[in-house]
Design a protein around this ligand. Structure first.
Ligand SMILES: Cc1cc2nc3c(=O)[nH]c(=O)nc-3n(C[C@H](O)[C@H](O)[C@H](O)COP(=O)(O)OP(=O)(O)OC[C@H]3O[C@@H](n4cnc5c(N)ncnc54)[C@H](O)[C@@H]3O)c2cc1C
Length: 373
């Protein structure tokens, strides 16, 4: 039996960043089902930090995370955690009012530039002429999820905490104030505190532990990559997003990537791209830009897992002592991970509350009590 102070289920960005933060105060063991970390959502994201994602709470968590990405702790400093990439949100004539409203909402979080048609096309020459209005945040960050995952892993290991891969949790018992977890591989792990950071599987983990699920909904999102038009330098392009949730695209390793921003409900699984959404990505790229998607170079899909109110769930629940939720990171789990990890540490070990604009009640999983399935 492997004993520690805290067990974390899930070796994605949520579990590893919380474990790294907690390893300053306690001995933590992270259990990951796959052989590698970040195999599911954390390794399949669009990797942008921008404020058009989520609502006021998500924006506050993102803003609170920025200083971590801008000046990372020592364990993270061998490779940059990302690079500056402008974020452009563009609109056609009929979408102008929605752009005005978003500008009002985002201006508290980012220094925005309002762009006319000329400004939009200077920043992103690939857009069609009907992109007449835009707002730009020149200070967006294209995150490096590998550097982020590895940095968290290095930090937790340097403090004596552990990662156990290939340990798919299959049984969870609570007795005498200790959680005992068994894996399909025969591993046995115990701790008084159990953190459920199992991403799309977090409701299943709760059920294994005899805890009521939150009603999490994984939703599939698809990305394709393809060549930029001849003569275009992809790396000079911004992350460009329609004001509605239709399309985003950005540079990707010398090519372009695009997503139709699909949200297809799914069971927790190793998500695979569906031909319909792959075709939709190419169609919308050709509809909104002058690019012709002649050949799709690669495609992938991942799950974005939401709570019923699309805000994350972080905290203990009264029906199971020591059971802690860290779930529902939706489409913003990378960019909010430093703040979410600091919140988890504050609630678990009592370190100072880290985000002035967010209250514990905003993220408390107890808000779903009485409406769970
Ligand atoms: C296409 C796409 C685009 C995105 N774009 C962005 C973006 O631009 N910016 C942003 O910030 N976020 C983005 N996201 C969201 C972000 O990727 C997620 O919010 C984040 O990765 C969630 O992290 P996680 O650790 O909760 O989940 P995961 O990375 O899925 O980690 C959960 C882990 O738990 C493990 N697990 C499950 N069950 C068990 C078990 N029984 N035993 C042991 N381990 C188990 C899984 O194997 C998995 O590794 C995007 C996501 C997708 C799919």
């Amino acid at each position: 039996m492997n004993s520690s102070d805290i067990l974390v289920i899930g070796g994605g960005i949520a579990g590893l960043s919380a474990a790294a933060a907690l390893s300053r105060h306690a001995r933590v063991s992270v259990l990951e089902a796959e052989e590698q970390i970040g195999f599911h959502s954390s390794g399949r994201s669009a990797t942008m930090l921008h404020y058009a994602l989520g609502d006021r709470l998500v924006r506050a968590l993102t803003l609170a995370s920025r200083s971590f990405f801008d000046s990372p702790p020592e364990e993270f400093s061998d490779v940059p955690l990302g690079r500056r990439m402008p974020v452009l949100i563009h609109a056609r004539e009929d979408e102008r009012q929605a752009l005005d409203e978003l500008e009002g909402e985002l201006s508290a979080f980012a220094a925005l530039e309002r762009l006319d048609a000329t400004g939009v096309h200077e920043l992103c020459p690939l857009l069609k002429d009907d992109a007449l209005y835009g707002i730009a945040d020149l200070n967006g960050i294209r995150l490096d999820p590998h550097a982020l995952l590895q940095g968290n892993l290095r930090e937790l290991r340097s403090r004596g905490s552990e990662l156990h891969t290939g340990q798919r949790v299959a049984g969870i018992q609570h007795s005498a104030r200790v959680w005992t977890v068994t894996s399909e591989a025969g591993g046995r792990f115990s701790a008084p505190i159990l953190i459920n950071a199992a991403g799309s599987w977090a409701d299943q983990i709760a059920k294994l532990a005899g805890v009521a699920p939150l009603g999490l909904q994984p939703k599939r999102r698809t990305i394709i990559t393809f060549d930029a038009p001849p003569g275009t330098n992809p790396e000079a392009l911004p992350f460009a997003k329609t004001i509605g949730d239709e399309l985003y695209f950005a540079p990707e390793s010398g090519r372009l990537f695009a997503s139709p921003m699909d949200e297809v409900p799914s069971e927790p699984c190793d998500a695979q791209p569906d031909e319909l959404e792959v075709a939709l990505a190419a169609y919308r790229m050709e509809e909104r830009t002058t690019v012709q998607v002649k050949r799709i170079h690669s495609r992938w899909a991942g799950l974005r897992t939401f709570t019923p109110d699309r805000r994350p769930a972080v905290g203990f629940v009264p029906d199971a002592e020591g059971f802690f939720w860290l779930a529902g990171q939706g489409g913003f789990g990378l960019q909010t991970s430093p703040a979410m990890a600091a919140i988890a540490a504050s609630l678990v070990v009592g370190s100072p509350w880290p985000v002035a604009d967010v209250n514990p009640a905003d993220v408390d999983p107890q808000r779903f009590m009485g409406q769970r399935n």
